[in-house]
Design a protein. Structure first.
Length: 349
């Protein structure tokens, strides 16, 4: 996961895009995060280090996290340039509070998360994220565990339909799943181009189509293999626990599923008034966050022209209050997150 992410609701480069590692909405992120010299920040999705470098340039101290072993190379440059103000950890960003243990700090002043697959991962065909260039059907950001090929070749029709329909928001998930199962009976599906052709043949493709018909299927597989929605939910809870009063949580998302999770989390943690219109309104628990701007911030026209990957990006941010962090409750986030949680417990889709 990293700056320069590429996926979005109508992005033709969801699974394969142009090269270039550009941190999306960098100015807007810095304005929301307001990094200050001497303070302590976490970049939970390091990638090529675009946000991290900008935060360190402000004189701040930074912990960067990324589970992709390839991100280590980028971290070496920052370690050389910024010394002991910079620390890099290979791991899940959903465990960002655990990664802070042993660090002599009195709370964290800011956390930034840039959700999704990075341009570095997209551009390397051998990683299996892209169907623009043929490669193994892998998609594992951490390069360990269940691969996309494992999911495609082992899951039954019902489970595949649920996965592709929910995480890919594919209306024709049933047709795609049946085609996948029929094809793998002949031989396993192990290459990105093979899966893309199966989906394209099943759904068809018009010249007027803005995205490739396999985009949503690839998206669903990538999200599931990397447990992206679960990690995002865990990271939001973790940030709530470690941010000091006045600390800032800044999140950039590239898809409606991710943005919905962030929006719901902030709404719940604001302690908004809720209740039926037929009953007296009640105030939720004391607010853990306040939002000066509840609307999502979008990339400007100039940035989108220079970096098309920014067009689906949404930025939301909030400020931590003095009230104690609440208990984790994944039921806030709907079926997409509970599907992934269930798979982790049962070992199946």
């Amino acid at each position: 996961m990293a700056s320069g992410n590429t996926h979005g609701d109508a992005n033709p480069n969801v699974a394969g895009g142009p090269t270039g590692h550009v941190p999306v909405m960098l100015d807007e992120v810095l304005e929301a995060l307001q990094p200050t010299a001497g303070e302590y920040y976490i970049d939970g999705t390091f990638g090529a280090g675009g946000y991290s470098r900008a935060i360190l340039d402000r004189g701040a101290n930074l912990l960067a996290i990324d589970k992709d072993p390839n991100a280590v190379a980028s971290s070496r440059e920052l370690l050389k340039n910024y010394g002991n103000r910079f620390r890099f950890v290979t791991g899940e960003f959903g465990e960002l509070d655990a990664h802070c243990k042993g660090v002599e700090i009195d709370g964290v002043d800011g956390v930034v998360l840039d959700i999704g697959v990075s341009s570095m991962q997209i551009d390397e065909a051998a990683r299996g994220f892209s169907f623009q260039n043929d490669g193994p059907l892998d998609m594992r950001m951490g390069q360990t565990g269940l691969s996309a090929s494992d999911v495609i070749n082992r899951s039954d029709v019902k489970d595949l339909t649920r996965l592709i329909g929910m995480l890919g928001e594919e209306r024709h998930a049933g047709r795609v799943s049946r085609a996948i199962v029929a094809r793998r009976e002949l031989e396993p599906i192990t290459r990105t181009i093979d899966l893309a052709r199966i989906v394209e043949k099943t759904l068809g493709r018009k010249h007027s189509d803005k995205i490739h018909p396999a985009t949503r299927t690839f998206q669903a597989l990538r999200i599931f293999v990397n447990q992206e929605l679960v990690e995002l939910a865990k990271a939001l809870f973790a940030a709530e626990r470690i941010l000091k009063t006045g600390g800032r949580l800044v999140v950039v998302t590239f898809h409606s599923l991710e943005d919905r999770i962030v929006k719901q989390f902030f709404s719940d943690r604001r302690g908004d008034v809720s209740g039926s219109r037929h009953l007296p309104q009640t105030l939720n628990d004391a607010p853990c966050f306040i939002q000066e701007n509840r609307n999502a911030i979008r990339a400007g026209k100039t940035e989108i022209e220079n970096n098309p990957r920014a067009r689906s990006a949404k930025l939301r941010w909030a400020i931590r209050t003095e009230h104690a962090a609440r208990k984790e409750d994944f039921n806030l986030f709907g079926r997409e997150v509970t599907l992934s949680l269930s798979s982790l417990k049962t070992g199946r889709v």
